[in-house]
Design a protein around this ligand. Structure first.
Ligand code: UD1
Ligand code: MG
Length: 451
């Protein structure tokens, strides 16, 4: 049997006015990833699966994000917001290609799980024309109520159109649906806008399926998974749900965390075996941590590959483009950006390494700064294997420190240093014998004279 083909249509045309932000709603992030990207990651993505995203006018950034996540995603613009069914029909050209399963999901329900899409598709195989994802809402106000009889779904009543009795129903429409792709357009084209909002309601598809003599069913899920995000408070709540999920997954994968509730993960953070993360560590996107690495407390890590048995922090900041080799040590108040630190190299205290390469086993003394920016351009610093950079040195890029070279403490290095050489750049030390003693005595004499 060949795999059933699918098309997932993501409705992402919402302005998100209540987010009070210039950013389109679906681009707001949860666990370091746009809501839209979470939804796209959950949608079926095999060779026989396609994705269409319906965006609002002037939402180029939403289309860009869709294509960044799913290279082959097609985007469609809904010019006027005339309702959810109208939004789906913006993707008419994609739907007309007739995938076996048409999946519809809102771009602002980022906690949706991939397995749910599979559960929704199953009844289509048995001849159902429409499968709706339902959940029991603690407070159903505002949601469409599911009108069911036995295992059949007869209709969905939007809150504004529901009777007193119907409003008592707590089984609600999550907004995620699966439709028989072959009859989808026939169903969608029959939806009218004769309701209290004069909108084309996708939910009317249920009654139409009944009129066509076909079957509509409900699949249930928990409320957490289908939280819709309309406000910053809801965004923060969803973040908590997502963090709890990510922490549990990390613990189950064998990561040691003594206070997981204080660790903030990104959706794409990956861990090897026997990784330890101390309390109060924050991860942004793009971080991988190899076997045996330890991330000490209060570190902030974004876009970094951390090698085996590396030690990071406490209070380290790793910025995008950081690659730490095996057994490296990045200590307290060290910042690394766009730099590769080879195996066994150390920067244990108070250092900035940016746009640089640090060779194997090099030792970067406390207070070393790579001066990578001249106010206009960025420049690179190369530090050879086994080099020793004395404390409080400034390496003014572009500059190369040779393998095994030695930089005297407090130097400002502006020219390349050959392999195994010593470079010192500071004025000669002056020593005046007995000066301090004479100075003290003079001061004390002065004080006595005043008394
Ligand atoms: C919708 C459902 C309701 C369900 C609820 C779940 C309908 C008619 N109602 O109601 O049954 O309980 O979601 O959260 O479907 N959108 C567009 N273009 C439009 C209108 C909407 O792209 O013209 C998008 C919105 O950006 C949003 C989604 O569709 O992502 C849902 O629209 P919204 O207005 O939030 O519908 P609800 O009233 O919440
Ligand atoms: Mg809504």
């Amino acid at each position: 049997m060949t795999a059933r083909t699918s098309l997932t249509v993501v409705l992402a045309a919402g302005e998100g006015t209540r987010m009070r932000s210039r950013l389109p709603k679906v681009l707001h992030q949860i666990a370091g990833r746009a809501m839209l990207a979470h939804v796209l990651a959950a949608a079926p993505r095999g060779a026989s699966d396609k994705v269409a995203v319906v965006v609002g006018p002037d939402h180029q950034a939403v289309s860009d994000e869709a294509r960044r996540v799913s290279l082959d995603a097609t985007t469609f613009v809904q010019r006027e917001r005339l309702g959810t069914a109208h939004a789906v029909l913006a993707a008419r050209d994609a739907i007309a290609k007739g995938a076996d399963d048409l999946l519809i999901v809102f771009g602002d329900t980022p906690l949706i799980d991939a397995s749910t899409f599979e559960r929704l598709r199953a009844p289509l195989r048995d001849g159902a024309a429409l499968v709706v994802l339902g959940f029991h809402a603690k407070d159903p106000t505002g949601y469409g109520r599911l009108l069911v009889e036995g295992d059949r779904l007869l209709g969905i009543r939007e809150h504004g159109d529901a009777s007193e009795a119907e409003r008592k129903i707590t089984l609600c429409n999550a907004g995620v649906m699966a439709m028989d792709g072959k009859t989808a357009l026939q169903i969608l084209d029959r939806i009218g806008n004769g309701n209290s909002k004069n909108e084309y309601y996708l939910t009317d598809a249920v009654a139409i399926v009944g009129e066509l003599g076909r079957r509509a069913v409900v699949i249930e899920t928990g409320e957490d998974e289908v939280r819709g995000i309309n406000t910053k408070s809801q965004l923060a709540e969803a973040e908590q749900v997502m963090q709890a999920k990510l922490r549990t997954a990390a613990l189950e994968a064998g990561v040691t965390m003594t206070a997981p509730e204080t660790v903030f993960l990104a959706a794409d953070t990956t861990f090897g075996r026997d990784v330890t993360i101390e309390p109060f560590v924050v991860f942004g996107p793009g971080v991988s941590i190899a076997d045996g690495a330890v991330i000490h407390a209060f570190s902030n890590i974004v876009g970094a590959n951390i090698g085996k048995n590396a030690s990071v922090g406490p209070y380290a900041r790793l910025r995008p483009g950081t690659v730490l080799g095996d057994n490296t040590r990045i200590g307290n108040f060290v910042e690394v950006k766009a730099a590769t630190i080879d195996a066994g190299a150390k920067a244990n205290h108070l250092t900035y390494i940016g746009d640089a390469h640090v060779g194997e086993g090099a030792n970067i003394g406390a207070g070393t700064i790579t001066c990578n920016y001249d106010g206009v351009d960025k420049h690179r610093t190369e530090i050879g294997a086994g080099a020793f950079v004395g404390t409080n040195s400034s390496l003014v890029a572009p500059v190369k420190i040779g393998a095994g070279a030695y930089i005297g403490s407090g130097s400002v290095i502006t020219r390349d240093v050959p392999d195994d050489a010593l470079a010192v750049e500071r004025s000669a030390q002056t020593v005046k014998q007995g000066w301090a003693k004479r100075f003290r005595e003079m001061k004390l004499r002065g004080r006595k004279a005043k008394d």
